[in-house]
Design a protein around this ligand. Structure first.
Ligand code: HEM
Ligand code: FES
Length: 731
């Protein structure tokens, strides 16, 4: 029995002390007695370090998720104490029995599949926020974080709208209630209703399929060609609803409370929208919506030196792992710049969350719309209500909030339609968008940019270069960057009239401020945000000059539009070299506002020349391609010079593929298997772990143990390569 020295207390993750501050509670045990046995809730062994949590969760042969491993008692064994409800597949099965169900859901929740759901998620989020934004106050749980994930998940699956509110409440109740309470009984009864609703939907879709996820599931077959039964599908779909909704509710609620309490972090996220991608992993780590789960030992074994007997229950404490200072220094600080991708909030091992990409998509959409539409929200601290027990799942029951009332946005405004595209210079296309079905778009001012959600799910920002008085259309110009992050290539390939993309209303971090005269300095595609400014200044009659540098004339867009506006110096590098900024700026009258946009090296030259002559500089910088952590980021490719090409065979189909030195294995495999499951692309999370049937992998991940590496039976295909080929993979 364990109790940290000086504290006569038996470990219980549902105790009042644990609930008061779960992180401090685990920290105390981690220091004094990191693994131990407790008699609470019928007895179990708890874990508190990252290493032990990962070891237990990844070793599914020794630590089972199945009800059969603990035949005494009723209900699920993947939480402590055991919970109510029908058996859920695949989460309550061990491999290989879990595998067909996992193979069933993975293609529906792959990164590509979720990318296609993003415009729908944006539309629902806009609609849910519209319902309260004019009031200036809301309960962010009841009005946003609970109904949005429920609506998105149920719409995606194919449930009629009448079911959304009916099912959202019970799912929240089952997670928020203390075990054995009246509210837990209400939640359990609600789950019964949910099972009935799922069963009738499955039956309806068998008769008449629609364009929804349940229709895909009823059509799916096992490898032997047999269909899944109604009972199996009810179980899987029940898990998708119950597992995905309240966890996302919890993550979003905790983040909204945190950001209201830390306005400087909120201001950073508003000013630097790209920060949200990495910060999402930090919020997942810090708030750990699913705090703990459980396994049952299938044999006598040990964890961290503590003997564990066959049949003993083991608490797998995700929150404790996420706050282990060995892996996350200063773990209680929420640090927006931390690389938190090693967190285990989505679990790890064979049951790692199948819905991680959908969860992130719903979360980032809710947070982004809150930041952009009610960015000054405050929470009423006295009215906040946390879950009564945070032992298994943490979260908020009520988050009363106030904010400046804002306008509703017409729901279609979350989607734009490509009206036309034109090649306006070598490798530059201009794309014009309208609202679906016409109508006016949110307004903008010179210098503003538009955020576009590409069909692949990538979020990209483009400066607007059209006419701000034309409320019916937006125009952007996109330079093809073959070695960029893929967004420009995607737009070049797919932007055809009629294509729909998600978008967020324009924002302006590069405003045109009043001045007596202006000097505009542009490098290449950097002319884009300056063009509307130059037009506005020309129309106002204020004196100005433009200096426009580029590689060659043919690569320089907009020259015909600029020429009639006023004084323009075009400086093609192949004809006259780089513009001489020090010389040009030395002759510029004092009081001139200098607006510059271009490559980092050009801006550095302009900045030092402006400082030398005391001129005020306004700039817009482009982000360097390949930020760490972006999808498509090749920083984990390794050095192509030391990579060797190799052959890979996908055993199940017999497909043979060549992996060149300049591509990762997963990129090549995805060409044949587009719905492959993967996540971190860095060898941390295990989502892409694949069985190796022949060949010798060259492991580059940071997850496999030395024994696993030596056995060569499994590998992380996102990052690892081949030492001896061909590699034959169980795919
Ligand atoms: C922030 C939100 C979410 C969190 C924190 C979360 C957390 C988790 C965790 C910790 C597990 C591992 C369970 C285990 O090891 O026993 C898991 C599994 C799972 N999650 Fe999520 N989840 C989230 C959202 C979602 C969503 C949106 C869906 C789908 C709609 C989903 C579907 C699943 C499924 C199907 C499994 C079981 C996978 C298997 O057994 O192979 N989750 N989740
Ligand atoms: S995708 Fe995370 S380890 Fe490969």
């Amino acid at each position: 029995m364990a109790s940290p020295s000086g504290h006569p207390h038996v470990f219980d993750h549902h105790s009042d002390r644990a609930n008061a501050d779960p992180r401090a509670y685990y920290a105390q045990f981690r220091t004094a007695c990191p693994v131990g046995r407790t008699p609470a809730h019928g007895g179990y062994v708890y874990t508190s370090t990252y290493a032990d949590v990962v070891r237990v969760a990844r070793d599914d042969a020794t630590f089972s998720s199945s009800r059969e491993a603990d035949p005494d008692g009723e209900g699920t064994v993947i939480v402590i104490p055991r919970g109510a409800g029908l058996e859920q597949f695949p989460i309550e099965l061990d491999p290989p029995r879990s595998t067909p169900y996992r193979d069933l859901v993975d293609p529906l929740l792959s990164p590509d599949a979720v990318a296609r759901l993003r415009p729908m998620i944006a539309r629902h989020t806009a609609r849910v926020i519209d319902a309260f934004i004019e009031r200036g106050s809301a309960d962010l749980v009841k009005d946003l974080t609970n109904p949005l994930p429920a609506a998105v998940t149920l719409y995606w699956l194919g449930f009629p709208e009448a079911d959304w509110a009916l099912l959202a409440g019970p799912i929240h109740d089952i997670f928020a209630a203390r075990a054995g309470s009246e509210r837990a009984a209400r939640g359990a009864a609600g789950l019964g209703v949910m099972d009935q609703r799922i069963r009738s939907l499955v039956r309806a879709r068998r008769v008449e399929p629609h364009d929804d996820a349940v229709s895909v599931l009823v059509r799916a077959r096992r490898p032997d060609g047999s269909p899944f039964t109604d009972d199996e599908l009810v179980s899987v779909i029940g898990l998708l609803v119950a597992g995905g909704v309240d966890t996302t509710t919890s993550l979003t609620g905790s983040t909204l409370v945190h950001l209201a309490r830390h306005p400087a972090q909120r201001a950073r996220l508003i000013a630097e929208p790209d920060l949200l991608r990495g910060a999402t992993e930090e919020f997942l780590r810090a708030f750990s919506p699913s705090q703990s789960m459980a396994r049952t030992a299938t044999t006598d074994t040990s964890i961290g030196g503590c003997p564990v007997s066959h049949g003993e229950r083991v608490l797998v404490a995700w929150v404790a792992a996420n706050h282990d200072p060995v892996v996350f220094p200063d773990p209680d600080t929420v640090d927006l710049d931390r690389d938190a991708r090693r967190h285990v909030s989505f679990g790890i091992g064979t049951h790692r969350c199948a819905g991680a990409h959908l969860a992130r998509a719903m979360f980032t959409e809710m947070i982004t719309q809150v930041l952009t539409r009610l960015g000054d929200w405050t929470v009423d601290e006295d009215g906040l209500e946390e879950y009564p027990t945070k032992g298994n799942q943490t979260g908020w029951d009520a988050i009363p909030a106030r904010f400046s009332p804002g306008p509703r946005v017409a729901v279609p405004n979350s989607t734009l339609v490509v009206e036309s595209t034109h090649e306006i210079a070598e490798e530059i296309v201009s794309v014009t968008f309208t609202a679906p079905g016409g109508g006016s778009l949110p307004d903008w001012e010179p210098g503003a940019h538009l955020e576009i959600v590409l069909p692949s799910g990538q979020l990209r920002q483009y400066s607007l270069c059209g006419d701000p008085t034309d409320r019916a259309r937006y125009r952007i110009a996109v330079l093809r960057e073959d070695d960029g992050r893929g967004g420009s290539l995607e737009l070049h390939h797919i932007a055809v009239p009629g294509l729909e993309v998600g978008f967020r209303p324009p924002r302006n971090h590069f405003p045109l401020l009043p001045a007596d005269r202006y000097l505009f300095l542009a490098g290449g595609i950097g002319m884009t945000p300056l063009l509307p400014m130059i037009r506005a200044v020309a129309a106002s009659g204020t004196p100005f000059e433009v200096v426009y540098g580029g590689r060659r004339r043919a690569t320089m867009a907009f020259v015909p539009e600029l020429e009639p506006l006023g004084p323009l110096t075009v400086v093609p590098y192949d004809e006259v070299g780089h513009p001489d900024f020090p010389h040009r700026l030395a002759g510029t009258p004092p009081g001139t506002a200098v607006y510059a946009c271009g490559s980092p090296s050009m801006l550095a030259a302009v900045e030092s020349a402006c400082t030398a002559v005391g001129l005020e500089l306004h700039t817009e910088r482009f982000t360097a391609p390949g930020d760490p952590g972006e999808p498509g980021d090749l920083s984990n490719l390794g050095d192509p010079a030391t990579n060797t090409p190799f052959e890979v065979v996908l055993h199940r189909t017999g497909t043979r593929l060549s992996v060149p030195a300049g591509l990762r294995l997963i990129e090549v495999v995805r060409q044949a298997r587009p719905n492959l499951a993967y996540d971190c692309e860095s060898g941390y999370c295990g989502a892409c772990e694949t069985r190796v049937l022949a060949g010798v992998p060259e492991h580059r991940d940071s997850l496999l143990t030395d024994t696993e590496r030596a056995s060569g039976r499994t590998m992380m295909i996102c990052i690892s390569r081949c030492a001896e080929g061909p590699l034959v993979l169980d795919l």
